[in-house]
Design a protein around this ligand. Structure first.
Ligand code: SAH
Length: 257
């Protein structure tokens, strides 16, 4: 079966974007996990500048906005997500401190040592974990923090089916000790690394998709690219349930000295 399944890179970005604009989150996560990662960060006050890179529609950014002092800018490549993000800002009454901007994480225009905190949930893979950590570091003040979640292996060895899936989707997936070492080598003190609980995937990521997938399959019967995309999403969920002891998302928090 796995050889017939396409990798996520083969799908039209517009299909992916429209599909994910139906959800509060575009990746695995939860309010509890965002707050847990935030609990390791102790340098924030009302003058702080925070950015959330690859913010999507802002599920986690609104939680940051409600629980931190300072200003937050959410950055995402896709205008559809930023539109929804800025509507969410109004709904949460956070317009005095949160705003969404279109931009790319590989071409940021912040000043050197301008930021107190760089946040990125389930998005640094777009630039690559090591490259993101290295390139973004200059924007942080000394003593500033970075907090990112990233797909990681939990074991040294994995069954071939799941190994193949991730090597197609994101070959830079690696074990937790390797990622922690990469963070240290990129110039941060690793402050925390913790595994996201399963409900971040099941309840918060796969389950909300079930209804929308049904709708898509019914309303796009003749649209092969969309049907293939939905099947791919369903396969991802099957794989997670089958192999969740081997991989998941891990939050990594680092401090720039
Ligand atoms: N942080 C959100 C979204 C994660 S999905 C959440 O956890 O729910 C990954 C996000 O990265 C998507 O919103 C996608 O549009 C965004 N993205 C992809 N490439 C990007 C780039 N080069 N610069 C900024 N954002 C990017």
């Amino acid at each position: 079966m796995s050889s017939e399944v396409k990798s996520i890179h083969e799908f039209d970005i517009n299909i992916i974007c429209e599909y994910y604009s139906n959800f509060q989150r575009q990746g695995p996560g939860s309010k509890e996990v965002t707050l847990k990662a935030l609990s390791f960060i102790n340098n924030l006050n009302e003058n702080s500048k925070i950015v959330d890179l690859g913010c999507g529609t802002g599920g986690q950014t609104m939680i940051l906005g409600q629980n931190t002092a300072g200003q937050i800018i959410g950055v995402d490549l896709f205008p559809t997500f930023i539109n929804i993000f800025n509507k969410n800002v109004q709904q949460f009454n956070l317009q005095h401190k949160v705003k969404g901007e279109i931009g790319s994480m590989d071409n940021l225009s912040f000043k050197d040592e301008e930021l107190d905190l760089i946040w990125s949930e389930g998005a640094i893979y777009n630039i690559g974990f090591e490259r993101g950590l290295k390139e973004w570091r200059k924007f942080l003040k000394k003593g500033g923090y970075i907090a990112v979640s990233e797909a990681s292996w939990f074991t040294e060895k994995r069954p071939p089916e799941i190994e193949k899936f991730w090597n197609d989707a994101y070959p830079a997936i690696d074990t937790i000790p390797t990622k922690v070492l990469q963070m240290q080598k990129a110039g941060y003190v690793p402050v925390a690394a913790f595994i996201l609980p399963e409900n971040c995937w099941t309840e918060n990521f796969f389950e909300p998709q079930i209804e929308i997938q049904k709708e898509y399959l019914e309303t796009h019967k003749d649209n092969t690219p969309i049907i293939e995309f939905i099947k791919n999403q369903q396969y991802e969920s099957v794989l997670y349930n089958k192999y969740k002891q081997y991989y998941g998302y891990v939050f990594y928090v680092g401090k720039k000295l």
